[in-house]
Design a protein around this ligand. Structure first.
Ligand SMILES: [Zn+2]
Length: 429
């Protein structure tokens, strides 16, 4: 072999190697960009805590009952919830979910009057006129898990999982505070394959509840026949099941957006304090520090969810309005957000409207918001460089939203639901 041929061979071999490695780099780059778009790692955990109140939270932080909240606030940005949003829970939380005000999403009151049944009854998810963020995210191929959200029955088919809430309590059979999804559980959750997992979680929390309820009040309460105290147990158990479902399914199914709603603070706050003076004194004796204990319980849950979050996760805690230590609603609802794109600005207090939350979640997930939404992306919370690198993308309007057909069969609505509703109505008025 002459020198030229040898040189040519080495040259060709090198060229091949260079070409191959360039090709390999290209393939890697292509795979990286095609399977790992900009927002692929972004995740959101949203905890909706009905009626959490800045003043009450501050009080219990000072008493050392909410250390996770204390640290969490320092990590992020916070706001008061716009007092104009102070309506009933189903209205507020549908506003949170859709980014539209109640005139547009059409869940306007605590209940609606069902003329066929001739009584007030909880709204159905099929009555909502606007898409929730989970519908938009599903359309964009983003996985979502929703647990216990108000006005969420029948369950919606999301890309992920959906566990409904429908006010339901079996007094007649003596069953211990059953969740509707395993009693006449039509359309209580999605997908149907979750049935045994959900039953197991609920059953486990029920087994533990006599111990767990000591976290918020004395065990002797369970012997009481007085209805506000009885419902306290139900309210606590509902939260305890929902928070657990959220945690378990988050780890199992790994949705990129998780939203869990907890109502216990709201209901228990009312039960405790908005009664006649004598009854109130009696309840105070039995309950002792129930409100502070409940903040402490919720603080523990927040801590557990923080543990589940990786560094790409933004955590949002929001209430729809406040509730003071006398059991009355205030205009002092909380909003706290912390995550990689969020400023550390615990000193400022902004104001957020409930309809800003859905667009903010969509923005975080790299999904366009619609110009006709009432809410806007909550820019105050974001780092300036993040906003500059990620302009808010807007479409004129979302494609027409078609709710599920109304189901023929509701969960069997029994008189206890009506009674519970009455209790709540008296308190609200
Ligand atoms: Zn209330």
């Amino acid at each position: 072999m002459n020198l030229t041929a040898k040189f040519y061979r080495i040259f060709r071999k090198n060229i091949q190697a260079v070409t191959l490695s360039a090709l390999r780099a290209l393939i890697i780059a292509f795979c990286f960009f095609s399977t790992k778009p900009l927002y692929a790692e972004t995740k959101v955990i949203l905890l909706g805590i009905d009626s959490a109140d800045w003043k009450a939270l501050g009080h219990f932080i000072n008493k050392g009952k909410a250390s996770n909240f204390k640290t969490f606030i320092k990590r992020g940005t916070r706001a008061h919830v716009n007092p104009e949003d102070n309506k009933d829970a189903p209205v507020n939380w549908t506003t949170v979910a859709t980014g539209f005000k109640s005139e547009k999403h059409d869940i306007q009151f605590l209940n609606y009057y069902d003329s066929a049944e001739q009584r007030a009854t909880p709204y159905l998810s099929t009555q909502r006129k606007k898409p929730a963020f989970w519908n938009i995210l599903t359309e964009n191929g983003i996985t979502t898990g929703i647990v216990g959200w108000p006005v969420s029955w029948p369950a919606e088919a999301v890309n992920g999982f959906f566990v409904s809430a429908y006010e339901y309590f079996d007094d007649e059979t003596g069953d211990m505070f059953p969740r509707a999804f395993y009693v006449n559980g039509d359309q209580m959750f999605y997908p149907l394959t979750l049935k045994s997992t959900l039953e197991n979680i609920a059953h486990l929390q029920e087994m533990k509840y006599k111990d767990n309820i000591r976290m918020i009040t004395q065990a002797s309460v369970s012997k009481s026949e007085r209805s506000p105290i009885k419902t306290t147990l139900w309210d606590f158990l509902t939260d305890d099941i929902n928070q657990k479902i959220g945690q378990e399914l988050y780890q199992e199914i790994k949705p990129r957006v998780l939203a869990v709603y907890l109502e216990g603070l709201h209901r228990i706050g009312h039960n405790l304090l908005s009664e006649e003076e004598d009854t109130r004194r009696e309840h105070m004796e039995i309950y002792e520090d129930v409100l502070g204990n409940y903040y402490s319980y919720l603080d523990g849950i927040l801590g557990e969810y923080i543990q589940l979050a990786d560094e790409e996760t933004t955590i949002i805690v929001v209430s729809d309005r406040g509730l003071n230590q006398r059991g009355q609603h205030t205009a002092d609802g909380i909003f706290i957000i912390a995550g990689p794109a969020i400023k550390r600005d615990a000193k400022s207090f902004f104001t957020i409207s409930l309809d800003d939350i859905a667009p903010t979640i969509l923005y975080l997930m790299g999904v366009s918001v619609s110009a006709d939404m009432d809410g806007r992306v909550f820019r105050f919370a974001f780092k300036r460089e993040y906003l500059a690198a990620h302009p808010v993308e807007t479409v004129e309007t979302f494609k027409e939203y078609v709710p599920l057909a109304s189901p023929a069969k509701k969960p069997v609505a029994r008189k206890d639901i009506v009674e519970r509703t009455k209790i709540l109505e008296q308190v609200e008025n």
